[in-house]
Design a binder for this molecule. Structure first.
Ligand code: FAD
Ligand code: SF4
Ligand code: SF4
Length: 346
């Protein structure tokens, strides 16, 4: 176990996803001691669940491989002490120092730090919250995360799908659920996964139900054009109202409104993917109680202004998706900025 000189500057990073790991590495590389606390049994967070989305062996710049190198480095960095399976049980501030209690099973470590970085990430939307799409009830309905994990394990599909569909914005851009924001990542991963499904099963037809596609950057626009030019991918500008199981044909029947014709249409699929988005972490309320940092209307943590990673509590900073939806590369850029802000503060 790494031992630190408590007379030197120390920083606490809560959460070891791609953002927490990136901020920790940047700060530690500058000679500052970092206590990196992760509640799970490994570092990496949700980025570990993302599969490589190369199509025909061509990289689609999905960002999933940006994690590996950083994970290897953080585990052996001499200035980083990692506490796995651990939680912060208490934090108090006096003058410029924070006294922190880190709990692991029955054992508690007490440390003093000069700054705190919150990198507690996000929680994926629980698709059962949209019961009308049948997730958890209909065996042919999956989430984007399920398909990512499936490809990651190089898993086989039980049946070769002939018709597949993606439903976008599941749990996002939904004022009824108090999720009026765009999750930013689900159009990108869905289009990449759609192309992977097409590559794996050349005969499959794929429909993408959407409000609009959140396109960003030249790379993504090229990918979007590639999908639009594929005669077996159809973009349907409508979000279905419900899905029901058709057991005789082992399929799921989706009902949607054809906006142009103003009529209801039903289509059957043997694979239905719900593009779930990014929700505030289920831990945010607990972290807010410990630190007193402000949250926005949706439950993400709020910086003092949009150019900064500082919070309303002096010495406490934000890194990654705890502040709002981001892709892996956006979370890395944000985490780099956090490290710069922390170094400036110290
Ligand atoms: C279905 C889906 C697919 C996606 N696919 C892609 C993709 O292909 N490409 C892409 O760029 N992005 C993708 N994303 C987004 C990507 O997952 C995120 O950008 C990235 O994981 C954000 O990293 P993070 O470190 O901010 O948060 P997280 O990955 O959530 O990490 C936060 C860490 O903090 C820990 N933690 C939380 N609370 C505490 C606490 N109180 N104490 C200690 N530890 C705590 C968590 O256990 C976790 O390890 C996808 C997202 C979803 C939902
Ligand atoms: S960026 Fe994504 S698609 Fe490209 S090699 Fe890395 S994991 Fe694969
Ligand atoms: S990224 Fe796309 S699917 Fe996700 S919430 Fe935004 S518009 Fe909807």
């Amino acid at each position: 176990m790494v031992e630190f000189d408590m007379e030197e500057k120390n920083v606490l990073v809560i959460g070891a996803g791609i953002a927490g790991v990136t901020t920790a590495l940047k700060i530690a590389d500058r000679g500052i001691a970092v206590h990196l606390v992760e509640k799970d049994s490994s570092v990496g967070g949700h980025a570990q669940e993302s599969c490589c989305k190369a199509v025909d062996n061509v990289c689609t710049k999905c960002g999933a491989c940006l994690l590996k190198d950083r994970m290897d480095k953080v585990e052996i960095h001499p200035n980083i002490k990692i506490y796995l399976g651990s939680n912060i049980s208490d934090i108090s501030k006096s003058e410029d120092k924070f006294s922190v209690r880190i709990k692991h099973n029955d054992k508690t470590n007490s440390v003093e730090v000069d700054a705190v970085v919150v990198a507690t990430g996000f929680t994926p939307f629980d698709a059962r919250g949209k019961g009308r799409f049948g997730y958890g009830r209909i065996p042919y309905v999956f989430t984007g995360l399920d398909i990512e994990e499936h490809f990651k394990k190089n898993g086989e599909f039980n049946e070769i799908p002939k018709r597949a569909a993606f439903i976008q914005c599941v749990g996002s851009r939904d004022p009824h659920l108090n999720k009026g924001y765009c999750s930013r990542v689900c159009c990108r991963y869905a289009l990449r996964l759609a192309m992977m499904v097409r590559e794996a099963f050349p005969e499959v037809k794929v429909d993408i139900f959407h409000m609009d596609i959140q396109s960003s950057g030249k790379e993504f626009n090229m990918l979007y054009d590639q999908c639009k030019n594929d005669s077996k991918i159809e973009f349907i500008k409508s979000i279905p109202t419900r899905a029901r199981e058709i057991s005789e044909t082992k399929s799921v029947r989706v009902l949607y409104e054809d906006m142009a014709e103003a009529k209801l249409i039903e289509r059957d699929y043997d694979l239905l993917v719900l593009s779930i988005g990014i929700m505030p972490s289920e831990d945010n309320q607990r972290v807010e109680n410990l630190l007193g940092i402000n949250m926005d209307e949706f439950g993400f943590f709020e910086p003092v202004d949009s150019f900064s990673t500082r919070t309303n509590v002096q010495g406490v900073f934000l890194s990654g998706t705890c502040e709002g939806p981001k892709s892996i590369s956006e979370a890395i850029r944000h985490a780099d900025k956090t490290a710069v802000d922390v170094m400036e503060y110290l």
